[in-house]
Write a protein that binds this ligand. Structure first.
Ligand code: ACO
Length: 440
């Protein structure tokens, strides 16, 4: 008869242990009982970079990396991208269900009416150097928001949590657009509550002298689809940072600032920026084979390719490729798309990429669209952070309300010195003098 347990024999002692298997997983803490002696600490599992460790139980996002499946709360990403809106998806991710018409109306009203930022925050942003990276400005400013809302520390008060969630989702596009306007030396545009979430963001980014900004509906919708695709992605690097920082019970502004910092890195949300820089370096389709050679020799990475979880085509990249063509009909073709398509064509035929299951990820095409829409490369990670805020907050709230969670605190395997006595400065000086004479 089959049993949902794992039998482990410790060959050091000959003892046998039975460990329960639940959800195809064993609890690392069950290994602790495996000891050589009573005063032994017990066995730990070693898993740098969390390659095979589940850090939580979650009901938010499902990914099957081998099959290229992504679902939010059970709904396939393809259906959401086609039929939903970013704000509806944000509601779904946070609440677990799609909203009813009145719930959506209420949700949209709250988000729309929290878009303004305090004038002192505007002044805070004015302090940045003229060429400050907008992602650095976003990280710092979101962190600074915590000083404006001290009640946000009441993380176990549901009403307060709701309010901070409205504020964060509403204000992050404002902070993002102000960061951009600051970097190009243009006056800030205040939010326009008549517009949609993405329409208003485009207004704050690009409005010049016109009395009322009218977003192009194709671009507004394309941005909304991109925001849907970026809303959540289960336990990625920045979400893990959000949960880990949040597990100390800090306020959500500080935790989102930390998560955004994790997203900034080129191996994560900074990859779309890196893709564009790579495409600019390649310059033309003819140089693609030579670049692929450099990738295969290990000299450079093919940015926007590969994923820790997807070992198949990233479903988001498929949708984005389609959106690119719709955007180009309005903006004209971004010439770097030809280099990207050629890179993808060659890479997908090459054994180096095939054998390692390296496929384009979400970042491979998103930057090309953003660039065509007029966003500078520096803004790409910021454009990722805006929609991911809803995912971070959903995961943060799930973590807070999970009775199995505690402050995140991994173990280590200590390989440093054993105990040794402190050496006085004289002793160290003497030692240094001896080494210097020995090497003369
Ligand atoms: N170009 C060339 N080779 C690659 C690439 C790449 N983009 N990605 C992985 N490889 C190779 C590695 O060199 C390694 O080869 P080896 O087995 O011969 O040593 C093998 O594929 C496995 O790679 P790992 O680095 O072990 O894979 P890991 O899961 O740790 O990394 C990551 C995933 C970070 C995304 C990686 O694929 C990468 O650096 N990609 C480029 C950056 C990028 O596009 N990041 C965006 C990710 S999506 C997101 O954050 C939204």
């Amino acid at each position: 008869m089959s049993k949902d347990t794992l039998t482990i024999i410790d060959n050091r002692t000959g003892k046998q242990y039975e460990v329960p298997i639940e959800y195809e997983t064993i609890k690392a803490m069950d290994l602790r009982k495996i000891k050589v002696s009573d005063d032994d600490f017990g066995i730990m599992s070693y898993d740098p970079a969390f390659m095979n460790t589940a850090s939580c139980k979650s009901r938010v996002t499902f990914i099957d990396g081998d099959k290229g499946i992504l679902r939010y709360r059970g709904y396939p990403i393809e259906q959401l991208a086609e039929q939903s809106t970013y704000l509806e998806v944000a509601y779904l991710i946070l609440h677990g269900e799609l909203p009813t018409p009145s719930q959506l109306q209420d949700w949209t009203w709250h988000i729309t009416h929290h878009t303004f930022i305090h004038e002192q925050i505007k002044k805070f942003m004015e302090g940045f150097h003229y060429n400050a990276h907008p992602m650095g400005m976003l990280i710092a400013t979101v962190g600074a928001l915590s000083t404006f809302y001290p009640e946000a520390k009441n993380i176990f008060d549901e009403e307060s949590r709701r309010k901070q969630i409205y504020r964060l989702i509403a204000k992050i596009p404002t902070v993002a657009a102000f960061a951009y306007r600051h970097s190009v030396g243009q006056p800030y545009n205040y939010p326009d509550n008549d517009l949609t979430y993405t329409g208003n963001f485009l207004n704050m980014m690009f409005k010049m002298t016109e009395v009322k900004y009218q977003p192009n509906p194709t671009l507004e919708r394309a941005l909304d689809v991109l925001f849907i695709l970026h809303a959540d992605h289960e336990q990625n690097c920045s979400t893990n940072a959000m949960r880990s920082i949040g597990s100390s019970h800090v306020d959500p502004y500080s935790a989102v600032a930390g998560a955004a910092a994790a997203l900034y890195g080129p191996l994560h949300g900074g990859a779309n920026e890196a893709v564009l820089r790579m495409l600019a370096e390649i310059e033309s389709k003819d140089n693609v084979p030579a670049y692929i050679k450099r990738v295969k020799s290990g000299e450079v990475r093919l940015m926007g390719f590969g994923h820790r979880v997807y070992k198949n085509y990233d479903p988001r990249a498929k949708i984005i490729k389609q959106v690119a063509h719709e955007v180009f009909e309005v903006t004209g073709k971004n010439p770097v798309i030809d280099i990207a398509l050629e890179l993808e064509r060659i890479a997908l035929e090459d054994d180096y990429f095939v054998s390692r299951k390296l496929y384009p990820n979400v970042d491979f095409y998103s930057g090309i669209i953003y660039q065509a829409m007029g966003f500078p490369v520096d803004m790409f990670p910021v454009l990722f952070a805006i929609p991911r805020t809803s995912g971070w907050l959903a995961q943060w709230e799930e973590m807070l309300l999970d009775s199995e969670q505690k402050i995140a605190r991994p173990r280590q395997i200590y390989l440093g010195y054993d105990e040794r006595d402190y050496e006085s400065m004289e002793q160290r000086q003497e030692k240094e003098a001896k080494t210097a004479t020995a090497s003369d």
